[in-house]
Design a protein around this ligand. Structure first.
Ligand SMILES: NC(=O)c1ccc[n+]([C@@H]2O[C@H](COP(=O)([O-])OP(=O)(O)OC[C@H]3O[C@@H](n4cnc5c(N)ncnc54)[C@H](O)[C@@H]3O)[C@@H](O)[C@H]2O)c1
Length: 251
């Protein structure tokens, strides 16, 4: 087995579904022990079962990434369960119901910013605290193509994801001397349950001609990039926001 991450401990948030599940599986396939973090306990347990069925090692933890105490406990669980935390993918996020800015309530704005941006700050804070003590690590944050090309009616989502790109660049600068690399992935349209639910198959078929390769991305195609960013092959890549959309339309 090609196991460049053997003996590494990794955590992935939002790993009960979609891109995060693919990420947890990809980290495990490269030899890492993986903490599967999500608010969806059932889905997290399924991800763990999928990893174990492939011969990998994983454990699930319930974590709402908008709650600092739960984020702190998630990092502590990785450390106690796997003896440390080398790699983290802060991926959990949610594109919420749409409304133009003049009809957006403050509550909806704040809820979106909390789950898509504040969550990444909280995860970074507690992961970095451990990695500073341990002497290094590697972190990936999930932003979105919406950070570059605004998603209509989703101002808090677009603004939050642009914030994730800024926070990523900032964190990379803050900790580069400490041996901690921080990068962001910006997926295009990826075939995950919320996308299927929001768009419906007819809309997806109609969109196909304007998608770069005529199809949505597979979650594994984002996961492969995030995992590569956590390998030594990416040792000179830091503070970057990398689009993964099959064709550069979001560049
Ligand atoms: N699918 C796409 O086309 C696409 C495109 C760009 C960016 N993204 C981003 O990719 C990430 C994953 O999205 P996905 O499409 O795989 O969606 P998904 O719904 O399949 O997975 C997201 C997971 O995050 C979890 N989650 C939501 N809120 C949480 C919270 N507060 N605490 C912990 N876990 C929480 C959900 O339970 C779910 O398991 C998100 O950050 C999303 O914004 C997705």
């Amino acid at each position: 087995m090609n196991a460049p991450l053997e003996a590494k401990s990794a955590l992935v948030t939002g790993a009960a579904s979609g891109i995060g599940r693919a990420g947890a599986m990809a980290f495990a396939a490269k030899g890492a022990r993986v903490l599967v973090a999500d608010v969806n306990d059932e889905g997290a347990a399924e991800t763990v079962a999928l990893i174990e069925a492939s011969g990998g090692e994983a454990a699930a933890v319930h974590c709402d990434v908008t709650d600092e105490a739960q984020v702190e406990a998630m990092v502590a669980t990785a450390v106690s369960r796997f003896g440390g935390l080398d790699l983290a993918w802060n991926n959990a996020g949610r594109a919420m119901a749409q409304a133009p800015i003049h009809e957006m309530t403050l509550e909806r704005w704040q809820a979106s910013v909390e789950v898509n941006l504040t969550s990444v700050f909280l995860c970074l804070k507690h992961e970095v605290r451990h990695m500073l003590e341990a002497g290094g690590g590697c972190i990936v944050n999930t932003a979105s193509g919406a950070a570059r090309v605004p998603a209509p009616g989703r101002s808090p989502y677009s603004a939050s994801k642009r914030g994730v790109v800024g926070l990523t660049a900032h964190a990379a600068q803050d900790y580069l001397k400490a041996g901690i690399r921080v990068n962001a992935v910006l997926p295009g349209l990826i075939d995950t349950p919320p996308v299927r639910a929001n768009l419906g198959s007819t809309t997806i078929e109609k969109m196909a001609p304007i998608l770069p390769l005529g199809r949505m991305g597979d979650p594994a195609e984002v996961a492969d990039l995030a995992v590569w960013l956590c390998t030594d092959e990416a040792r000179f890549v830091n503070g970057q926001a990398i689009v993964v959309d099959g064709g550069g339309i979001l560049a």
